[in-house]
Design a protein around this ligand. Structure first.
Ligand SMILES: CC(C)(COP(=O)(O)OP(=O)(O)OC[C@H]1O[C@@H](n2cnc3c(N)ncnc32)[C@H](O)[C@@H]1OP(=O)(O)O)[C@@H](O)C(=O)NCCC(=O)NCCS
Length: 190
């Protein structure tokens, strides 16, 4: 195993890598659609276990052609990124199944952030939506999440409104969880 392959097993060291080694890391990331067998790994060692039912439901929608789940996978490290897309949802203003799609659950594991992986994951998602004939992509970003908002704006997303960000889900124990995350609504014309 070469030196960089060993480094990939120690994410803390990645924070200090110079640019050319970051490019090497990025080149070793595989972007692909999620398999059913990825569902547990999407929980990231338990951190997102509370979304277990949401992930399973999203996967069922992929089987119906109404959603897409993208993952970023790194040799030796497993899944390090995820991004969910609703192609068609009950909230037609977000995803109408034909012209507009909705991105959510976009995250890169902290040790692998700021290396261009999120940008590439988003671009791959957008290219796929263009291929599918979609014209607009919508997403919500927390009003306190300036860094993510800047990333989106750099990639051509514009604020088109706000969203109260109130929603509920059932966690892995079947308990209802209420979320309150006031958000900006962003949109990009593809
Ligand atoms: C938002 C998020 C998905 C972006 O993923 P990412 O992989 O960190 O994004 P990128 O690396 O493509 O870009 C992020 C930054 O890295 C910088 N960067 C990208 N490639 C780089 C490189 N080779 N060398 C140095 N910096 C680089 C970018 O300029 C960008 O700068 P910023 O810190 O000012 O934003 C990620 O930070 C994350 O998971 N955050 C927590 C969850 C979250 O907020 N999700 C969004 C919900 S709406």
């Amino acid at each position: 195993m070469d030196r960089l392959s060993k480094l990939l097993r120690h994410p803390r060291i990645l924070q200090t890598l110079p640019d050319e080694e970051r490019s090497y890391v990025l080149a070793r990331v595989k972007f692909r659609l999620a398999f059913r067998s990825d569902l547990l790994a999407l929980e990231w060692d338990g951190e997102f276990a509370h979304f277990r039912r949401l992930y399973a439901e999203a996967y069922r929608y992929t089987e119906l052609g109404q959603a897409v789940i993208w993952v970023a996978e790194l040799v030796d490290a497993g899944l390090i990124g995820q991004l969910f897309v609703h192609l068609k949802s009950d909230r037609r203003e977000l995803a109408d199944g034909r012209t507009s799609a909705y991105i959510y659950g976009f995250r890169i594991r902290p040790a692998y952030q700021s290396k261009g992986i999120g940008t590439k994951l988003l671009q791959i998602t957008e290219n796929d939506l263009v291929q599918k004939g979609f014209k607009f992509v919508n997403l919500n970003v927390g009003q306190d999440n300036n860094r993510a908002r800047q990333l989106y704006e750099r990639l051509g997303y514009r604020v088109i409104g706000t969203d109260p960000g109130r929603w509920s889900y059932y966690d892995q124990h079947g308990r209802r969880q209420d979320v309150n995350e006031p958000a900006w609504r962003l949109q990009k014309e593809l």
